[in-house]
Structures are given as C-alpha cells and as structure tokens.
Design a protein around this ligand. Sequence first.
Ligand code: ADP
Ligand code: ZN
Ligand code: ZN
Length: 732
Amino acid sequence: MIAEVIVDIAHGEVDKVFDYKIEDGNLTLGSRVEVPFGRQTIEGFIIGLKENTEVPADKLKSVIKALDEFPALSTECLSLAKFLKDRYHVPFALALRQFIPAELRGGRVKQKIISFVSLNKEISPFEMVSSLRKGASAQANAIGFLKQEVRCKLSVLNEKFGNSAIKALKDKGFLVVESEKAGRVPYKELDSFSKDVILSEEQENAIKTIENTQKTVTLLHGVTGSGKTEVYLRLINSTLKSGKTAIMLVPEIALTPQMLGQLRARFGDNVSILHSGLSVGERYDEWLRLKTGEAKIAIGARSAIFAPLDNLGLIIIDEEHDGSYEAETAPRYKTVEVALKRAQLSSAKIVLGSATPSIDSYDKALQGEYDLAKMTSRINGKDLPEFIVSDMRLELRRGNESIFSSDLKQELKKCVENDNQAIIFFNRRGYSQQVICRDCGYVAKCENCDVTLNYHRDTGVLKCHYCGSAYRMLSACPECGSVNLSYSGAGTQKIVAELKKLFPNETVLRMDNDTTRNKEGHFKILKEFSEKKARFLVGTQMVAKGHDFPSVTLVGILDADMSLYFSDFRSAERTFQLLTQVAGRSGRANKKGKVVLQTYNPENTTLRQAISYDYEGFFKGESAMRKSTGFPPYALILRVMIESDDDGEAMQTLKYVYEDLKQIYQENTQNFLFFNKMRSPVKRINNKYRYQVLMRLIGDYENIKKRIYQSSLDKKTNKTLVYVEENPSNLY
Ligand code: ADP
Ligand code: ZN
Ligand code: ZN
C-alpha cells in the first residue's frame, strides 16, 4: 500500500504530497506518521491511500511508524482541511494543524497516568503491621488507612504518609499499584446549576423552526434576555438523543461561566471545554475525550469548529455577529464559512444566534438562504430597558465637568438606595490615554509600532496596545524639554476612582485587559459580581457580552460615540451591536432596567435606532447605504498586505505585487470600485513595515479573486510576508 503524506512543515515549497510505502496495517487515512524526509525524520499526515505510485521502487521510502494509537483526523476533518487549504490559500500542513492540539505535534504531551494503590490481598494487614520495625508508625498508619479505604491514589498516600514510608511498603511487596489513564477535567469549580423551566411560546416556536427547517442554517434573532441559551440547550439535548454530537461556539469562553455551568449541569461529562487558557495537558485531554466519543459536546471559541467529533448533528454559533469569529492570522477563515462546509459534510444543522445579527447574516435570512426564527420579547415579560440620553454638550455648558452626567449620577444613587447593581461600560482602557506635550505638541509613540502609547496609572508605565511594549513614564518632553505634559482622556481606572469618590461605601469591580491577565481573571470578577460582592462593575467590551446578572437594573454607557468615529465601514453596525448588547445587561430578572447613554451626538441615526431597539430600521438603512455605495456584503473588500522588517524589501515586493494586480485591474475595471497601493494606516507594527494594495470589487468577482490570490501570494520572499484579507474587520 502507498500512503500520500503531507509533511508537517507549513512552508510553500514543501506543500505537496509525498508518497511512502506502508507495511503497518493499522495505518489509515488521517493517521499521523513519522517519515524519513531528506536526511531527517519528520511528522506528517496520511491524506490518501493508493495501490501504486509513480515513484521508482529504489527511491520509495517507507513510513517509519504511526504517532498515535488512532488516526488523529477523521475523513470528514480531512475534507474540511482540504477546504481550508483551497478556500484560504494556505499550505495543506497549516490547514491540517488546526484539527489537532498543538501539544500533540512533536509529541509534547502524553496521557496522564494516575496510579492507584491497594493492599496486597495475599498478606493480612495484621501480618504486615507486625512485621514492621518499631517506630515505623507512618507505614503502620498507611496500612491502617488502606485497610479502610481499600483503594487510594498514590499521590494522596505520598502526601499523607510521606514518600519514603510508601516506598518502603511497596518494596516489601505489601502494596499493589495499578495505573489508569486519567482525563483531566477542567473547570471543576464551575457553579453548575440547572434551572427547570417551561419553554415560552416563542422559544417553542424557535425550536420547531430550527428542527423542521429544510435549510442548513437558521438565524435565531432573539432580543437580549429572550432566552436563547435555553433554546440552545434543548437543541443540544435532542441532538444527543438522536445519537449525534454538537459544537457550540461562543466569542470568548472566559466570559461565559454561566453558560458553561448550565451545560455542565445538564450534560455532565458529555461537555468538553476547548479553551486556550487550559493547561497543555488539560487541552489535550479535552480533545481526546471528544476524539474517543467520551464527550459529545464541544464548547469553545472559534477554533472549536475544528473539534474532533464524529457524527456531528448541530453547530451553534452564539453572538454570531461578534468580530472574534474571524481569524486574524493564517488561515484567515470566517467561522461561519467553515461551519457551513462542515455541516454539509456531516448533514448537520447550524444555528446562528444574536440579538443584533450581522448585516451579512440578516441579508441572507431575508433572501431565503437562511431560515429565520425570531424571539421578540424578554422571558421576564418586561419591556427592554428604557434609555435615558444624556447630552454631554449640555452637561458641559451647565458646568458639569465630571465623567458622569447628572442623570447618570442620579440613577446610580437610586440604584444604591434600592440595593441593585449597575454596570458602567467604557470603551478604552488605562487611566488616561495619550501623553501630549502642551508646549510643542509632541505625542509619545511606540518605538516598534507607529502608534501612540497609553499611560497606565496602576503600573506607572506607557504601553503600546499593538505589541505590548512598556515604557517608563516621561518626566519631560523628549523634543523640547518641557515638563508641561498632559494626560488626556479617561480610562476605566479613572472611572473607578470617580465612582469611589461619589460612593465611598460601595465596592467597585473593574474588568478590562489589565485585570483579566491570568487564566481565571474573568471568572473571578464575574463570580464576585454575580454574588453581589460589589455594587458596580466597570469595564470595556467584556462587560457587554451575554452576562445574566439578575440584580443589574442600570447600565451606564459613558461614551456612546467612540465607535462612530472608526473609519471602518462596519462602524455603524458595531456601534448598534455594542449599544444593544450592553443595554441588554440591564433588567433581566424581575426588575425593569434602565440605561443611561452619554453622547455628544444625540441626533445620530445609529444611536436613535439603537435606543428604540429598531433593528429592522437599522438594517434597512444600513443595507441600502452599503448597496448604493458598494460595501460588503454587496461588494468584496480585498486587502493584499505586505510586511517586512526591511522597509526597502517591503516596498520592492509591493511594487511587484502591484504590477501584477494592476494587470488584473486593467482587464476588469468594470468590477473594481477601488484599486490603490499605499502604506498601511499603521505603518509599522512590531518592527514590521506594512504596505497594502486595497481593492473593492463588485459583480461577478470569484475568478478575479482567485487570480488576485495567486498572483500576490507567490511574491512572498524569505524577508517579506504577503497575505490577503477579505472584508477585514480592521484596516489599521
Ligand atoms: P439571551 O441569551 O437571549 O440574552 P438568556 O438565555 O441569558 O437570554 O436568558 C435570560 C434569562 O431567562 C436567564 O436567566 C434564563 O435562565 C432565563 N430563562 C430562559 N428561558 C426561560 C424560561 N422558559 N422560563 C423561565 N426563565 C427562563
Ligand atoms: Zn515638547
Ligand atoms: Zn508597539
């Protein structure tokens, strides 16, 4: 038999199939193998099997051995990997890697083995104890303990009685040691709680629509608090009952402890959590539990779409509009595209859930490509929270220079009086933003990236949010020597400080990138807040996500305008989504909620639509605008990026890329709304100079797109990286 092998080197030059002879009958499609490659041996994947090869017999080498006891990739996953490679133009090896935990490559993890100890039954405990020398009390105690417990983990015994005592007993032949493979189950400490609920009529109808649809995808458009999670849980339940498996995707696993808790409560060890914050071993074990069929539900962020499940029946993408579903490094996949392919391969259904669907998805639902299920009211029967708009221009004129409007202050006060909780949403981090010299206008910038630095008060340093570099705070302007430096803007820390001034007796929690560094950072904060250990939660985007805190009756949005100034074509969409999501945290249980929204732009159309919860109106306006101006989903934005440590090299490559693309452009001008080469808006990130060719295409552009990929990707050199982005979320 001949195996077609892709070697595990994600490099264009070795991105082809190599033939090897196999003698081991266990090797099959999807097996990981060790093969000779040049003078070395290397890991690879079997992606095909055949009887004959063109390779002459004297040149044909044999597979050395299998790397796992089972084929790591199912045939379905192999097909999906091929799709990834073709669709996103990446080396096959890179596509294949998505399906296995990184730790498996290079044999860096092994199954964890747990040793259990019991007494040797052939010797009576009495005999054992009497044979011990006097003073060996630890050994005697261990025997007594084991007599009672019968069986115990070796590690526990060692801890209780000391390694030397246990070793002595082993040496005497008193103990029997058995080893078992262990599954390391993460998040044991999750509060698993299960609510027994009767479905609302809307929930029942949504479930019926999804179960009866002939279409692959159903968009579940349910307002915040309409009970989407319960719909997911029921769907997963019936999927499992029919003998199939399910994947559930969430934007960020660390922000969903409540969802995880409910899944655990209902499905126990059937749930496998795929999370980058897990330890190496935990991650591998979770993967293995899915692979072996021990667990049947995979939950995780976007990469969980590659979970090693057989017999897939359901894929849920919660908060489908979230930007995190687009990968920003190769392979630059859109999760929903991959999900669609995977669903086709295994005849699974897809549910896209959101209170604010992306323009793209809603358009597909209206066009009939997706089915549409709607839930328009909150489970608690209450109206969606009422918005109070604070015009910050008036506040200033009235002499209120604080970060909080007078309305917000008043509502905060009421919130405290009624013993409720409030969330304050703010879209930036750090105490204050840029450092500017008031005399010469100098602005502190990162040395590696061409962006301004942010001052972080707690650590007293200037940080770059693009590369993470930290700089010592300036005492004087490096340009003119002036000490008249200003720290403009406000950040989450400043808000916390202001809140504490207003309410000295209340506890405030802060949640942003700075307070959630470590693995359990998010969990801890969310848990404390849900246990009402704090009155206020101040935070960035993270506080906007799906949280369900019953006592929160007030949400303050401090700067509703920020995202309106983004230059991205999606900025209105993002603003609408963000405002709706944050507002949706308020009034979810038996008390009605309020939202105070501070703005300098109260007339702004997107704001008006958001505060009246007019998704349909927003969609109509936004989609009409994008149609007439030629923006996605009615057009395609392509950005060819060129990055290099060496500015000259980058410019040279840009020139070559541009020459070929210009050819394509000139042959198809009617399909191009825009075509230009330029420096990227952020000229340098992490010491890499960045250039781009930006294009906007309309009409029938599939073939043009393929040509653009082909003629740009082959311009990559050892020193410059070239890649293509489709409808990128960030154009920095
Ligand atoms: P969404 O994700 O749509 O914003 P959730 O799924 O978080 O909403 O549900 C909101 C709240 O309603 C949760 O506390 C949930 O437990 C509760 N809930 C959901 N369905 C029901 C039901 N049928 N009866 C009672 N409570 C429900
Ligand atoms: Zn200066
Ligand atoms: Zn930087």
